[in-house]
Design a protein around this ligand. Structure first.
Ligand code: HEC
Ligand code: HEC
Length: 363
């Protein structure tokens, strides 16, 4: 009942906010973000946990060689991504298989148009293989190419990590404040980092403000771009407040030339629809960083053809093949890019701690 009411109110709202006289469709499947990210019942957000999680996120002590922190690949200076096609891994010469996605708004992964999101069912990664921020956090910690290295097994490393962090007095105090327990257990490390991530959100972009009723928040070109985005069919996959349906689709993106083995994504070369928020800070694009600019991404969509040797045009997602994008209509293409700019928010938390409890240098 409540949902039906919201949808019909939204319809009236959208019809009445058309300041530029642009013919917007009556019903959208894109919308603004809520202003706070939900947390699971067993890990409510507290200031103490955010403070601890922030220190841990920037502290290289979490890696086996004390050199790599979460921020090495998710830096506030690079929109919480790293600006590389594939990230630099545990040691010289090791690179991750995929491009580092932004952590901004990852706390909203899985949210639907009505703002519903179960934080224990919040898909993470390009193949959706983790189901919450808490669960996601364990993966880089235990990945031999990222923070664990290959000298010890995952179970041995978890013990070493708990001991290493607990041995630092400042951490014992911070853990006690956050969890009434001064031991740095793996469970509480991941809970604290997930809590910090729940504060890394950008729900006040020009698009969000426009959708909440501030008609001057988007330029006329951006409003036209929104119309083009919808009539082209981009929103058949890039839907909801995150501009993602959280499904895996086959687009036939070029393979990264540096990979030893092809990356099959979630199977059959399908990858999750990425968010379109804050793209201004997170180039290069696609799961392997093979598109260096938005113009390049648009050219890929205009061609509507597989660039991957193992993916035939028949295998491509039907929503991709159905896109109505005319490559000769540069005006429309540029309007879509202008709309994507309305999804950026430069005011995200760019602060970096001056020091971390381990005393190790910060990136
Ligand atoms: C060596 C680089 C590297 C390090 C270190 C690293 N990450 Fe990542 N991160 C990545 C890459 C690459 C992916 C995408 C991997 C994939 O999809 O398979 C990713 C994905 C993620 C995602 C999923 C985002 C989404 O929208 O799906 C989150 C959240 C995240 N990382 C948080 C963290 C946290 C927290 C840490 C520290 C505990 C961390 N990362 C350490 C490179 C790194
Ligand atoms: C079939 C579903 C689908 C349609 C339709 C679609 N996309 Fe995508 N989009 C995806 C998927 C899946 C990815 C990730 C592909 C990958 O990394 O291999 C993606 C990636 C992107 C990226 C890169 C983002 C990043 O951070 O790497 C941009 C930009 C983008 N799409 C914009 C658009 C625009 C604009 C349209 C309309 C012209 C559109 N998409 C239509 C599914 C779709």
């Amino acid at each position: 009942m409540k949902k039906i009411l919201i949808v019909s109110l939204m319809l009236i709202f959208f019809k009445s906010i058309n300041k530029a006289g642009i013919d917007l469709p009556g019903q959208f499947n894109i919308g603004p973000l809520p202003t706070a990210a939900p947390a699971p019942a067993d890990n409510p957000v507290t200031g103490e946990k955010v403070a601890l999680g922030r220190q841990l996120f920037f502290d290289p002590i979490l890696s086996a060689n004390n050199k790599i922190s979460c921020a090495s690949c998710h830096s506030p200076k690079k929109g919480f991504a790293d600006g590389r096609d594939r990230s630099n891994g545990f040691s010289e010469g090791i690179k991750t298989k995929r491009n580092s996605p932004t952590v901004l708004n990852a706390a909203f992964n899985g949210i639907d148009l009505h703002g519903n999101l179960d934080p224990k069912d919040s898909p993470q990664f390009y193949d959706n293989r983790a189901h919450s921020l808490e669960q996601q956090c364990l993966e880089p910690l235990l990945n031999p190419d990222e923070m664990k290295g290959s000298a010890v097994s995952a179970s041995v490393y978890m013990e070493q990590l708990e001991e290493k962090v607990t041995s630092i007095k400042a951490y014992r105090t911070l853990f006690y404040r956050a969890f009434s327990d001064s031991t740095a257990s793996i469970a509480n490390i991941t809970k604290a980092i997930a809590t910090y991530e729940r504060t890394l959100i950008t729900p006040n972009t020009p698009f969000d403000r426009y959708m909440r009723g501030d008609l001057n928040a988007m330029t006329e070109k951006q409003i036209r771009g929104m119309e083009a985005f919808i009539s082209t069919g981009c929103n058949n996959c890039h839907s909801g407040p995150m501009f993602s349906d959280y499904k895996l689709h086959v687009l036939g993106v070029d393979e990264h030339p540096g990979l030893q083995r092809f990356d099959e994504g979630g199977g059959n070369y399908a990858f999750r629809t990425t968010t379109l928020r804050n793209l201004a800070y997170t180039a290069p694009y696609m799961h392997n960083g093979t598109a260096s600019s938005l113009t390049e991404v648009m050219r890929f969509y205009e061609r509507k053809r597989s660039k991957h040797t193992e993916v035939s045009n028949r295998d491509l997602a039907p929503e991709f093949r159905a896109l109505k994008l005319n490559p000769f209509n540069r005006v429309r293409v540029n309007e879509i890019i202008a709309f994507l700019e309305a999804l950026n928010d430069p005011k995200f938390d760019q602060s970096i701690p001056e020091s971390v409890p381990s005393g190790l240098p910060i990136e």
